[in-house]
Design a protein around this ligand. Structure first.
Ligand SMILES: [Fe+2]
Ligand SMILES: [Fe+2]
Length: 170
């Protein structure tokens, strides 16, 4: 998919507006995948999802892919600490993230569906039905898998490197 300079700038400015948003910055406190956090994780997913979308020939809704990727894990609690969440986190967090996204940002149902469908195949009934949701789903799976196999020690040492890596979309 060809990207005009104008569109590229539009996407970069959306990305930047989330990167420094006070509410989004709270995701830094949500630890994830042994030594990573929801903030780093989500922007990594956003970067990969856009990269994959641009490799496709078909026109895709890049704005929705970008915003849904950033918000897909916007559940804002630590499931290791939160009571009753340990057991249900994997299944419930896409719905909580989607509710929080609706409360805090201007997002439409298309974006909310991508968020709700990001845990497939774990949430087997919630198959990602659009091309956009499949890209976010598989980018999340890739990033999560890589984070899960990287050691905690390595990740905490590299936190600055990761923050640097997500500074820009392109
Ligand atoms: Fe998730
Ligand atoms: Fe995720």
């Amino acid at each position: 998919m060809k990207l005009s300079e104008e569109k590229k700038q539009e996407l970069e400015s959306i990305y930047q507006s989330f990167l420094y948003n006070d509410k989004i910055l709270k995701m830094k406190e949500v630890s994830m995948h042994r030594g990573s956090n929801a903030y780093i994780h989500s922007f990594k997913v956003a970067k990969l999802a856009i990269k994959r979308a641009l490799r496709r020939k078909k026109e895709l809704d890049l704005n929705s892919i970008l915003i849904a990727s950033i918000l897909h894990d916007y559940y804002l609690y630590d499931w290791r600490i939160e009571r009753n969440m340990k057991k249900h986190h994997a299944k419930r967090h896409p719905f909580i993230a989607s509710e929080n996204a609706k409360r805090d940002f201007l997002v439409n149902d298309f974006i909310l569906d991508i968020i709700k469908q990001h845990m497939w195949p774990y949430n087997f009934r919630l198959f990602p039905r659009t091309k956009e949701s499949r890209i976010v789903n598989n980018s999340d799976n890739t990033v999560a898998f890589k984070e899960a196999i990287t050691s905690k020690k390595y990740k905490s040492k590299r936190k600055d490197k990761y923050l640097n890596l997500i500074k820009t979309l392109f």
